[in-house]
Design a protein around this ligand. Structure first.
Ligand code: AVI
Length: 318
């Protein structure tokens, strides 16, 4: 209980520091991880079911279609490490196809969420040993000593890799390489570059669910940090950055205004934005270059007929 409380306090202080720093910059920006409070997670679940948001259903279909091959790639008696646990149905499809998996290690920063995942997975796969690890996978951490060797496979679905910046991506790939060792593998879901007429609506849907997801960050700041953001004075915007090859989410100030957070005042011009998330889109060659830099080689690529999304099978290299 005490541990949960102190973890909560550390989170709150980190949030406070990120908001104070992010809103003081000339180009205001907040790390996307703060979008995911309980309400944010609920809205994100809704996003994954939207007509316009193709990544979740496309990746799920690729997994279903290629489950046998992906499972073979992981090998017999696999040890599966999942970074950012709780991909739900996708994890179940993979585990279902694995040949006598030895251990499932879900890794997530949210302890309570991890507990729920463990209960669900133990019910679904009663013979599979599960060892949860509470950790922020973008920071350095160790895999517990009790986790057996053999072929370890890292599973990172959902194109969450696209939300990491170049520095975080590099660090993440190196860390995963260290966790799985020289005989290890990784299975990573990656959203591919495509037409803006498909990309932009996926991040700015007709029903306004993504807008609610983005604006919820302001409600979170108000609630947790005593801010006085007014919902009506900001609007959601999704824009394409060619330089970053990313869809960016912004909150646009609709007037000239001053907002107070935690006693600190932040001025906004009309049209000025807070950049809240980047969702990078790769082409196959570009992704290969990134992973090869981190001591991985691409051994397999599974994709859909329209080449919207790809699941990469990586092998560790020396
Ligand atoms: C979690 N992540 C992979 C989503 C994405 O597509 O970048 C987050 C998201 N943001 C708006 N819609 C979905």
């Amino acid at each position: 209980m005490l541990e949960i409380l102190s973890q909560h306090m550390r989170q709150l202080e980190a949030f406070r520091a990120d908001v104070a720093l992010g809103l003081s910059q000339t180009r205001k920006r907040l790390p996307s991880r703060w979008l995911y409070d309980n309400r944010g997670c609920e809205i994100f679940e809704e996003i994954t079911r939207l007509e316009e948001y193709y990544p979740t259903r496309t990746e799920t279909a690729i997994l279903r279609e290629n489950a046998r091959e992906i499972a073979d790639f992981c090998g017999e008696r696999a040890v599966l490490l999942e970074y950012g646990a709780g991909a739900g149905i996708k994890t179940e499809i993979l585990i279902d196809a694995l040949d006598s998996p030895k251990l499932y290690v879900p890794i997530d920063i949210a302890g309570e969420f991890l507990d729920e995942t463990v209960v669900r997975m133990r019910r679904r796969f009663p013979d599979l040993q599960t060892l949860p690890v509470v950790a922020d996978f973008t920071a350095e951490f160790e895999i517990p000593r009790g986790v057996p060797g053999g072929r370890r496979s890292a599973f990172f679905p959902g194109s969450t890799m696209g939300n990491l910046d170049a520095h975080e991506t590099k660090g993440f790939l190196r860390q995963v390489r260290r966790h799985v060792g020289s005989r290890g593998a990784a299975i990573i879901g990656v959203d591919l570059k495509k037409d803006l007429s498909t990309l932009l609506p996926a991040y700015d849907d007709r029903e306004g669910v993504t807008a609610a997801f983005n604006l919820n960050l302001l409600a979170r700041i108000n609630r947790e940090l005593g801010g006085d953001f007014s919902h009506e004075c900001f609007a959601h915007e999704a824009r394409w950055s060619e330089a970053e090859s990313a869809v960016e989410m912004h909150l646009v100030s609709l007037c000239e205004q001053v907002v107070t957070v935690d006693g600190q005042r932040f001025a906004f011009q009309t049209g000025e934005t807070i950049h809240t998330e980047s969702s990078r889109k790769y082409d196959v060659r570009g992704f290969m270059d990134v992973v090869e830099d981190g001591r991985w080689s691409v051994s397999a690529i599974w994709s859909d007929p329209d080449r919207r999304f790809a699941i990469f099978g990586l092998d560790a290299t020396w």
